[in-house]
Design a protein around this ligand. Structure first.
Ligand SMILES: Cc1cc2nc3c(=O)[nH]c(=O)nc-3n(C[C@H](O)[C@H](O)[C@H](O)COP(=O)(O)OP(=O)(O)OC[C@H]3O[C@@H](n4cnc5c(N)ncnc54)[C@H](O)[C@@H]3O)c2cc1C
Length: 248
């Protein structure tokens, strides 16, 4: 059997999205040893590589800042995607956050004898297994970073293109085409607007009654570490993402 070395640290953080880097800034400020493992090749991969070009943050910028760093006064109330990405990059640099990229955590278990979390990760570049042990484990793995297209009866007979929102960049290539947008959440509404502004013939299908929010409605914001006790005395935390709740 291969002889793996195990890297020990105080805290392992899994995921380098906005939640993960917010937690890491807090840990680095307190000089707490940590290792952050991210399966993508950059921080905030979802924001950077899986969102459409038109995207503006749907929340006021004050609800979208991470700990210890406000947005510039000069930035708009509703930031453009590129402005938010720039903010995140500056944040990572400022707090000296250095994830191990392309490292996917495949399993984690708590060894009650050692009182340590043991993580098995795969280096996605080399394919090799890496082992880590830590006192605490923080999961900042997000909830919507994998696109999901549900099974629909007859979808296999549809001759047109079917894409998930995460693979959509702009409506340019859909000019004069008929496009059906499934769902009516914030991003689907913005997507339909984008399509129509590129002169595609856009329809939206919505399963449940639509909720309308007026301009005064806003909630959420970064909601960093929130869940602690697993009832068995183990130290595991879940860093949750930002919630959005403003529709213009
Ligand atoms: C189109 C769109 C528009 C949005 N607009 C807004 C907005 O206006 N305002 C707002 O507040 N929010 C908005 N959001 C939501 C926001 O992007 C998310 O809430 C935010 O990215 C969540 O951050 P996170 O760090 O919790 O998760 P993620 O960004 O999903 O990051 C989790 C990371 O963990 C990594 N990971 C997962 N599993 C493993 C593993 N086993 N090993 C290693 N790494 C792993 C993933 O690769 C990922 O990089 C929007 C989202 C989308 C898709």
């Amino acid at each position: 059997m291969a002889n793996f070395t195990k890297e020990e640290t105080d805290i392992i953080v899994v995921g380098a999205g906005p939640s993960g880097i917010a937690v890491l800034a807090c840990l680095n400020k307190l000089d707490i040893n940590n290792v952050v493992l991210g399966k993508q090749d950059c921080c905030a991969y979802l924001c950077k590589k899986k969102t459409y070009d038109r995207l503006h943050l749907h929340l006021l910028k004050d609800f979208c800042s991470l700990p210890f760093m406000s947005h510039a006064i000069s930035s708009p109330k509703y930031m453009l995607k590129k402005e938010f990405i720039q903010y995140l990059d500056e944040y990572v640099e400022h707090f000296n956050i250095t994830p191990k990229f392309q490292t996917c955590v495949e399993s984690a278990f708590y060894n009650s004898g050692e009182k340590k979390w043991n993580d098995k990760s795969r280096n996605l570049t080399s394919g090799e297994i890496e082992l880590y042990a830590s006192d605490f484990l923080i999961l900042a793995t997000g909830e919507n970073n994998e696109g999901y297209i549900p099974k629909m009866v007859g979808i296999e007979n549809f001759k047109g293109e079917i894409i998930h929102l995460s693979d959509y960049r702009s409506g340019e290539k859909y000019k004069d085409k008929k496009v059906l947008v499934v769902g009516s959440g914030n991003s689907r509404m913005e997507l339909a607007f984008d399509l129509s502004s590129y002169e595609s013939h856009t329809s939206i299908v919505v399963r449940s009654p639509m909720e309308r929010m007026n301009g005064k409605f806003t909630f959420g914001g970064p909601n960093v570490v929130s869940s602690v006790d697993d009832g068995m005395g183990r130290n595991s935390y879940i860093a949750q993402g930002m919630a959005w709740g403003y529709l213009r």
